[in-house]
Design a protein around this ligand. Structure first.
Ligand SMILES: CC(C)(COP(=O)(O)OP(=O)(O)OC[C@H]1O[C@@H](n2cnc3c(N)ncnc32)[C@H](O)[C@@H]1OP(=O)(O)O)[C@@H](O)C(=O)NCCC(=O)NCCS
Length: 216
């Protein structure tokens, strides 16, 4: 494992906090990803009124980022606390959000636009969620996932999630059961070691990708 922090400014993507103006681009991804999509108002409520909610979007990294001075922590390198311009850069390629509830981060949603799947962006978003949860002092990340959603389950298992329970008939559209999955203690040395290895592999994978279309 390396002992210097990874430099995420050399990947062609940027993760930043979701803004209300992003919802317009989030909704088509939401609708193409879920059989019971959230309405735009649910995202808007969380962004504007839910102080426990933390949402992120991944976009292509704007070209002007290349010459920017390097910020301090790896997460700050990946995230921006301020948008690059008054209107958010686009296009939005994927998003994820969680609620900080007592000592856990509950993953509310994670989705990547169908044409951008399979490149590591789901992982990038999940890593962002886990790191922000650690920053907030939370102990675990939990979620519900459809029993049939093997692709998402594989992603979660890769990051140490395990099935700890099942909610029967959780999804109202088809009555499907949900698995409850949770990580071990994300601040533990063992988890952090494994996470660092996964991040390093993810970084190498993303860095090797050709830049997506430039942000508008
Ligand atoms: C689940 C989802 C977010 C994954 O995003 P993604 O960008 O395609 O995933 P990544 O490229 O980052 O892949 C990361 C890991 O996910 C798993 N995975 C991704 N695509 C997979 C596929 N087609 N089959 C099996 N596993 C897959 C693998 O474990 C993969 O790691 P690997 O490359 O080492 O095998 C995406 O498929 C999606 O938006 N699905 C619809 C919405 C959804 O189901 N959300 C989860 C709700 S609980």
């Amino acid at each position: 494992m390396r002992d210097t922090p990874l430099d995420w400014t050399d990947i062609p993507y940027l993760v930043r906090p979701m803004q209300v103006a992003d919802i317009e681009q989030v909704m088509p991804i939401e609708r193409s990803s879920f059989t019971s999509p959230w309405p735009a108002s649910a995202f808007e409520y969380d962004l504007l009124h839910n102080r426990h909610a933390h949402y992120f979007v991944v976009t292509p990294r704007p070209a002007q980022e290349a010459g920017e001075p390097k910020p301090v922590s790896w997460l700050n390198r990946l995230l921006r606390t301020t948008p690059p311009s008054p209107s958010p850069s686009g296009p939005v390629l994927g998003y994820a959000g969680f609620w900080a509830l007592v000592d856990e981060a509950h993953l509310a949603n994670i989705a990547v636009a169908p044409e951008w799947r399979g490149r590591g962006l789901g992982e990038l978003l999940l890593v962002t969620v886990i790191d922000r949860a650690v920053e907030l002092g939370l102990a675990v990340v939990t979620l519900e996932v459809r029993v049939s959603n093997l692709r998402a389950q594989k992603l979660y298992r890769k990051y140490g999630f395990e099935v700890v329970g099942e909610r029967r008939h959780y999804y109202s559209d088809n009555g499907e059961n949900a698995y409850i999955m949770t990580t071990g203690i994300i601040t533990s040395a063992a988890y952090q070691r494994r996470l660092a290895e996964l991040k390093e592999a993810l970084h190498a994978k993303l860095r090797a990708q050709t830049a997506p279309p430039p942000a508008e």
